[in-house]
Write a protein that binds this ligand. Structure first.
Ligand SMILES: Cc1ncc(COP(=O)(O)O)c(C=O)c1O
Ligand SMILES: [Zn+2]
Length: 369
């Protein structure tokens, strides 16, 4: 069956095209696509995450844009006397997990003949899209909030992208990008579903690294939820293909200063959004909030919030163990530390280091105090 877009609101289907980024009703688009996975679907022709090419909604091999990324280590790390399996996704080529999504999305853009792309980001997705556009020879414009960590701004420009700083919140940056999206390819990690068919490789890798045994729980960040939704798609596809036998529980971590999905999940009155060190998950209005809540409910998962103090404590702990991660990633480990207190020790828990410490070192001055 031909891969199509399907609207998450009205279920209308659309042909895939470079110019379409949302349905006429304004709804977010998903992909009508189910890979046909057999036992031997893993390719020995490709390295890293491209080993799962049979699971990607792409035509042929001619437009692959890749740095041979992925298949990051799944490492056993002891946190608070507890064995946790951590995907070291801060070791990607641009130093965050966003490369998973960018590699598939920009390969699709190349396939569609795109010459010019635009993306809005809290920084890391912008770095990834800029790097893959550089490799694909696609002109690239990245919009970020003006408060974004300097290293991320530098990285985006170093890849040759045009950088626009937008005053205000991350949500204001998204609004500014929608205007550009009418005339350029919108390489959005939030709106474009091809991105999620890249982040789904998180699930494929975890499954393969555990010999196709599913973890009991996975603990992931939740801003826009691009790794959360991707991992859900990945595990669902593996389950549908009979390659794993159950879904893990999906546990999300939000900053207490910016927790719109948590508030909705716990039926609390919306609280005001405050600044947080966790710039990557500072999303006041996540466009895919309905999908995020459904995943938490369907997998009997949960959403945990962490304070700035808990983030800082966790950041110090993890860096002193020799893993150099950024503050947003420390929010996830702070949530993980809360979560493990309530879980029997025999359970397999997988989490992730999402971004490298060099990305936001300027904001984490407390690490050396
Ligand atoms: C380091 C880092 N971790 C986690 C996230 C979480 O993002 P999302 O919930 O959109 O997948 C981001 C997003 O920018 C990030 O930069
Ligand atoms: Zn629609």
């Amino acid at each position: 069956m031909e891969t199509k877009y399907i609207c998450s609101e009205c279920s209308k289907t659309h042909n895939i095209s470079a110019s379409l980024w949302r349905c006429d009703c304004g709804g977010l688009l998903d992909l009508l696509f189910e890979p046909k996975l057999t036992k031997n679907f893993i390719s020995d022709k490709h390295q890293g995450l491209w080993r799962y090419k049979a699971a990607f909604p792409l035509e042929g091999d001619n437009n692959i844009i890749s740095f041979d990324e992925g298949f990051t280590p799944l490492s056993e790390i002891i946190i608070d006397d507890r064995k946790i399996l951590i995907k070291q996704d801060h070791l990607f080529p641009t130093a965050s997990y966003k490369d998973r999504g960018a590699s598939i999305l920009i390969s699709k853009a190349k396939e569609l003949g795109v010459k010019e792309a635009v993306e809005d980001s809290s920084g890391n997705a912008g770095c990834s899209i800029a790097a893959y556009c550089a490799k694909a020879d696609i002109k690239c414009n990245i919009l970020v909030p003006s408060s974004t960590s300097k290293s991320k701004l530098f990285q985006i420009e170093a890849y040759g992208a045009k950088l626009d700083l937008v005053p205000g919140s991350r949500d204001d940056t998204a609004e500014a990008a929608y205007k550009h999206a009418e005339v350029k390819f919108y390489a959005s990690h939030v709106w474009n579903p091809f991105f999620f068919h890249g982040t789904k490789t998180f699930a494929y890798e975890v499954a393969e690294q555990l010999d196709f045994k599913t973890p009991d729980s996975i603990v992931l960040p939740m801003g826009n939820g691009t790794i959360f939704i991707g991992a859900y798609i990945g595990f669902s596809e593996l389950l549908n293909a009979g390659l794993i036998s159950k879904m893990p529980r999906f546990i999300a971590v939000q900053s207490a200063n910016c927790a719109p999905v948590y508030s909705k999940f716990k039926s609390l009155l919306p609280v005001s959004i405050k600044e947080t060190l966790a710039e990557g998950i500072a999303i006041g209005k996540p466009a895919r909030i309905k999908q995020l809540l459904k995943i938490v409910e369907d997998t009997h998962g949960d959403i945990i919030t962490v304070s700035e103090g808990e983030l800082i404590d966790s950041h110090k702990l993890i860096n002193k163990m020799g893993y150099f991660i950024e503050p947003t990633s420390a929010a996830v480990t702070a949530g993980l530390r809360k979560f493990i207190k309530s879980v029997p020790s025999k359970e397999i828990i997988v989490s992730t280091f999402t971004g490298h410490g060099l990305k936001a070192a300027g904001k984490a001055t407390y690490l050396t105090e």
